[in-house]
Design a protein around this ligand. Structure first.
Ligand SMILES: Cc1cc2nc3c(=O)[nH]c(=O)nc-3n(C[C@H](O)[C@H](O)[C@H](O)COP(=O)(O)OP(=O)(O)OC[C@H]3O[C@@H](n4cnc5c(N)ncnc54)[C@H](O)[C@@H]3O)c2cc1C
Length: 388
């Protein structure tokens, strides 16, 4: 490819692997010995990184092992996972199931072992884009919330979040694929849109302290360090956002992180010295007590995104889940049902726990299957003609 190739290698490793060094030289690479530290892989990586940082405009850094900063270990492990696919196929053919008794790998190099049992990761763009503006009041007061903090309107949602020192934010959320509504990034159009929603127009009654901040490309991400119930590693604990996170519009990330931290405390108390037991129990507690919050949020967001997509395409959105219609109806009519719904929204109880309570089920069964009247505001066509 006509590019200069410099390979950093620990001096000790160069001596140990002389034939490899000669082969790299024959193929045109310059092999630089790393002379610092233990003169092995870690030191060679440091030297290569140092060179890259000092020459960022004409140097590309590549590495074939799971060391160094993100995303390189992740990339290498992903490429190496073909090994695990192949092992799985061969195990099924040779012994009828994909479970080996042992995996023996040259962990010194790292990369093939990482690929052999790669943790599960789900990662997808949530599809929303936020148009946020921040305000301050002279009196230190926040604008009143006359309806909901987070309210869905046709193909747009709106939320206000109070902050300290008389400041707050107002966020308009749309589908990131909705090109027609991208004009909301312009402050005058943003204000013109907000002014048309009577219950929230006053959220902009303050001194703006930012332009319209646009945020997209937000991922729902979930990691599981166990495959088929078997931990891929012991001694590694992913907690809070390092384990899973969703787009932040429901404002539940901190609560979920704290619930996860409580679970960690419980598992540490009982299994700290039992590595395999710890990894198993941690996986089980996470799936049982915390993962349902993640799944619940992702499902709610997918439903809202599908609604926005249908409206953008001029179609009628799918009818809402009849059970959820009755739950919302019960919450409007009965304080106990309202409190129970808040327990789910604020992560005080899992949805399945609340749904198993006989008193709550009775209130829901008795509630009429009636949708609330839509909050006042323009529909999509009216909004687009206003913004055009
Ligand atoms: C725009 C936005 C708005 C949000 N709004 C809300 C809200 O209203 N309510 C709510 O509950 N949640 C909200 N969240 C989610 C919430 O912020 C997160 O769920 C929460 O902060 C996760 O906590 P954590 O401790 O798991 O991770 P983090 O808060 O990300 O903490 C991880 C820390 O580790 C540090 N770190 C990373 N790598 C290393 C390393 N190698 N060595 C040392 N340190 C390292 C990082 O610098 C960071 O300080 C929002 C998130 C975003 C992005």
């Amino acid at each position: 490819m006509g590019m200069e190739c410099v390979v950093y290698m620990g001096k000790v490793d160069m001596e140990r692997q002389r034939p490899n060094v000669e082969r790299m030289r024959i193929l045109g690479a310059r092999v630089e010995p790393a002379l610092s530290g233990s003169m092995t892989l870690k030191d060679a990586t440091n030297e290569a990184m140092r060179h890259w940082i000092n020459n960022p405009t004409d140097t590309h850094y590549i590495i074939g092992s799971v060391v160094g900063p993100h995303p390189y270990p992740d990339m290498v492990a992903r490429f190496q996972s073909v090994i695990s696919e192949e092992m799985r196929k061969q195990l099924i053919t040779l012994q009828g199931n994909p479970y080996p008794d042992y995996v023996i790998a040259c962990v010194g190099g790292g990369s093939n072992a990482a690929g052999a049992r790669r943790p599960v990761e789900e990662r997808a763009d949530c599809g929303f884009v936020y148009y946020a503006r921040h305000f301050r009041s002279r009196s230190g007061e926040q604008p009143a919330v006359l309806h909901n903090f987070l309210q869905s309107y046709d193909s747009l949602s709106a939320i206000t979040l109070p902050a300290d020192n008389g400041t707050w934010s107002v966020v308009l959320t749309t589908s990131s694929r909705d090109k027609a509504l991208r004009v909301l990034r312009e402050p005058d159009r943003w204000h013109a849109a907000l002014a048309r929603y009577p219950l929230i127009a006053h959220w902009a009654d303050g001194e703006p302290i930012s332009g319209v901040d646009v945020m997209a490309g937000i991922e729902d991400r979930y990691r599981r360090l166990a495959i088929d119930g078997q931990p891929v590693a012991s001694g590694v604990v992913a907690v809070g956002d390092a384990w899973a996170c969703t787009n932040p519009s429901a404002g539940r990330g901190l609560s979920v992180g704290l619930i996860h931290a409580q679970q960690l405390r419980n598992v540490v108390r009982e299994h700290l010295r039992d590595h395999a037991g710890f990894a198993h129990t941690w996986h089980e507690h996470t799936e049982r007590h915390v993962a349902p919050f993640y799944r619940h949020q992702v499902a709610a967001d997918l439903t809202r995104f599908a609604e926005m997509t249908a409206l953008r395409n001029g179609q009628r959105p799918a009818p809402p889940d009849p059970l959820m219609v009755k739950v919302a109806s019960a919450a409007r009519q009965h304080a106990d049902a309202f409190r129970a719904v808040l327990e789910i929204a604020f992560c005080l109880a899992l949805p399945q726990e609340v749904f198993q309570r006989p008193a709550f089920r009775e209130l829901v069964e008795r509630a009429p299957a009636e949708l609330p009247p839509p909050a006042p505001g323009p529909d999509r066509d009216q909004l687009l003609s206003l913004l055009s």
